[in-house]
Structures are given as C-alpha cells and as structure tokens.
Design a protein around this ligand. Structure first.
Ligand SMILES: [Zn+2]
Length: 454
C-alpha cells in the first residue's frame, strides 16, 4: 500500500503528470477564449469606432481612453498612463503622382512615406530614373541629379517567411530617399514593401540623413510599379509628377497605457505582454497592430476568467508610437531601468491576427530550449516552432535596459504584407478564430513562463 502511495507521489512530481496538468489548464484557457473572448469585439471598436491612429492625431487619445477602459473591463488591478514625447508628422492632404509620357499622363496609386517632407506647392515634375538596388545606385550616381529615383527593389518571393523579404527590402524605404538625395535626386518613389497582387501603396517610416537635402518620398502600388518598370524596359523615358503635403510639427504628448495584475509570490518581478496602439493612417490598423493590442488584453481577461493567480506581476502594455519613432518602447524601457525593475519576460504581438505558427524568442540557448520543451503543449493551438529571429520593436529595448528575455508571436506571414501599412488593413480582414488562436497561445505561454520562470 505504502509502496503504491509512494509510487503515486513520485508520479505526481514527474514531468509527465506535470505536463498533463499544464495541458489541461491550457485547454481550459482555450475553451474560455473560444467561448467568451472579447478580442474580436474589442478590435471592432478600436478599428471601426476609432479608426486610424497616427501619432499626434485625435485618434491617438481616443485609443488611449479605449485601452484604459478595455483593460479595466478585462480585470486589471490597476490601469495607468505613462507619458511619452511622441512625434507629430502630418500627412496634410492627398498624395498624388502621375507618369508623364508623350504629353499624356496616367495617375499612379501612391502614398507619402512617414516622416517625409512635402513637395513644393503644386508638386514637382522631373525625369524618372529606375534603380533596381543600392549597387546600381552607386554605379549610376552621376545620372541622378535633378531626377526622381524610382527604387524597384522586389519583395523577394523566395523567402518562405515573408518577414525576411520585408527585412531585406525595407532599407529602400527607410534609407533610400537620403541615399538618392546625396547624388542630387529631387524625389523618390519606392516600390511598396508587399507581396500582394493588388495596387494599394504601402507607407511606413523613413529616416533622413541630415547631411543631405530632404527630398519628398512616396511608395507606389505594385501594379503601378510594374507598369513603370515595363515602360523603362521598352526604352521609354517617362517623367514623374509627384505632389505631397506633409510636414512635421513639434513633438507632442502621448501615453503608454498599462494594465497591471499583481503577482502573488514575486510582485516586484514583471512579465510584459503588449502591442502598439498607433497605426499608419491609410486604414484602420487592424492587423497592424490592433490585433496585438486585443491579443494582449485577452491574455489578461482569459487568465483571470479561468481563475489563474499569477506568481509574478503581469503588465499589459499598449505602447504609443511604434510606427514613427518607437518612443513608447524607449520610454517604457528607460523607466524600467531607472526603477531597476526586474523583468523576466516581455512578449509582443505585432505580426497580425493570423493563425499562430511560432514564437520568436530572444534569450540564451538554455532559455530557448526551455521554450522548445513547451512546444508539445502549444502544438494543438498552432504554435509548432520556436524561432530566434529577434522580438518586436516594442519589447526589444528591454533586453539592454533590464536584461529581459523577449518574445514575439509569429503568426502565419503569407498575408500580413498584403495589408501592412496599406489602405486595406481593416477589421474585415481579420478572422475571428485566427485572432483568438493568437490570444490562446500567448496566454498559454505567459502561464508557463509565470509558473516555471526562466
Ligand atoms: Zn506594427
């Protein structure tokens, strides 16, 4: 009898039984989310009632209010705001462009890049030069003076994970304008960073190099980009007309919205879960990053609803200004450092509301193998891999500031860049089930990190 009891106790502490109880608990989280999730409803309000949330617009503040309320409803012990200086770039009207050839002109689908200056009033017209990549830019630097550079760098289709195609192409948007201006170009049009088949132009941040003149910069839709490339291939020498109205106002005030759930054993040790509240302005910012905000809020709601008591303090952080300058992330990290707050883990969702596939983890090989050991518990809900491609921009600064292990939910990437920073990033493109699966995997991971530590 005693031996049987001893055997049972040994089994109780063995990994098998442990993982069985984790598996049951994660099942409970999943049932809770599938049946009672507020993620989809929250996303509807954020996108349809508030809409685009470019830093400094009135929607920035409406979104903060929404976030405070949603975190309270989800059950946060305490909700507070963290003040940040945020950039205030204003688009200022409709961006326009046309290709001009043989006294004819055809309008192009364009959008000015974030942080770009405007053209002079009424726009500018100049000969276009197609440049395939930076190597060609250097080779043809003497031909750029007075021209509008059209960077036609492709979104490489050979990457299975489209994030890599984005990382590969994004320097043309972020740095291309100044690199062309260095050689006398008067404007830049960049092929949209997208794998879509439609013609929506995709905006996004660019950064000027102050050593060179600031030239206006726009993105062009993929169909129109192909049209321009075809003209050049046929030895036509078109000119481009571009007209933009943007300007940058002095920095303004924005807030990270933080909801806290106090830990029972280690109240002074933190686990962060977050997304960013701001979005580019052509659409509703549903995939980028409304989904990440409602994922994070749902983690709190669902874990509370199933009766979980966290050991560490869990902070849901809705970051301000990820898109223009990352000022919300910098502020959160610098405050955490100043207060010497111990952060054991910081998880972000900024890859859309698609079916989850993996988490990307930034940590030591030993820590990464701990995450890998949990995969059998997550497989059923879609996460089958742990990647090590870094975590998102909002949690990244916490590595240096407080030595946090960081993570990012990586949903399926095949459709993300169809919508990213474009006019079609709307609520209707988010699938309720896929969104909920993201929240389930995040809540499960937070439960495991909180329970076992790192
Ligand atoms: Zn984002």
């Amino acid at each position: 009898m005693c031996r049987i009891l001893f055997g049972f106790i040994a089994l109780l502490f063995s990994g098998d039984l442990q993982s069985q109880s984790d598996s049951l608990f994660i099942r409970k989280i999943a049932d809770e989310v599938f049946q009672h999730s507020m993620a989809y409803g929250n996303l509807r309000v954020l996108t349809k009632t508030i809409g685009p949330r470019l830093s400094g617009t009135p929607q920035t503040y409406m979104a903060e209010k929404w976030g405070e309320e949603a975190l309270k409803v989800a059950g946060a012990d305490r909700v507070y705001l963290q003040q940040c200086n945020i950039p205030h770039w204003v688009r200022g009207g409709k961006d326009q462009a046309a290709v001009i050839m043989d006294n004819d002109h055809q309008l192009l689908q364009v959008i000015a890049l974030g942080n770009s200056v405007s053209t002079k009033r009424g726009g500018i017209t100049a000969p276009m030069i197609l440049i395939n990549d930076f190597e060609e830019l250097e080779q043809r630097k003497n031909e750029l003076k007075g021209k509008i550079v059209f960077y036609n760098y492709p979104f490489n289709p050979n990457f299975v994970n489209t994030l890599f195609a984005y990382f590969d192409a994004v320097p043309y948007r972020a740095l291309g304008p100044s690199r062309a201006a260095k050689y006398g170009a008067v404007g830049v049009v960049v092929r949209s960073m997208s794998s879509s088949t439609d013609n929506f132009p995709h905006t996004g941040a660019m950064v000027y190099n102050d050593s060179f003149p600031k030239v206006p910069a726009l993105a062009v839709g993929l169909q129109d980009a192909d049209k321009l490339a075809a003209l050049v291939a046929r030895n036509k020498n078109p000119s481009l007309y571009i007209s933009t109205n943007a300007h940058t106002l002095p920095d303004t005030i924005g807030f990270n919205v933080i909801g806290e759930w106090k830990g029972s054993e280690f109240p002074d040790q933190y686990i962060v879960v977050g997304g960013h509240l701001d979005s580019w302005d052509p659409a509703e910012g549903a995939q980028d990053d409304g989904a990440g905000c409602v994922h994070s809020i749902e983690v709190l709601r669902a874990l509370k609803a199933v009766g979980y008591k966290p050991r560490h303090t869990i902070r849901i952080v809705l970051f301000t200004d990820e898109e223009n300058r990352g000022s919300g992330a910098s502020k959160y990290a610098s405050e955490a450092k100043a207060k010497n707050e111990k952060h054991i883990f910081a998880l972000e969702s900024d890859g859309g509301g698609f079916t989850p596939r993996s988490f990307s983890i930034g940590g030591s090989p030993e820590q990464i193998s701990v995450f890998r050991s949990w995969l059998p518990l997550l497989n059923l809900y879609g996460v089958t891999d742990i990647l090590t491609i870094g975590a998102g921009a909002d949690v990244d600064p916490l590595v240096e500031a407080v030595g946090a292990v960081t993570g990012e939910l990586i949903p399926d990437t095949q459709r993300y860049f169809d919508y990213h920073h474009a006019g079609n990033d709307v609520f209707e493109k988010v699938n309720k089930r896929e969104l909920e699966l993201g929240a389930i995997n995040m809540a499960a991971l937070i439960y495991l990190v909180d329970k076992y530590g790192l």
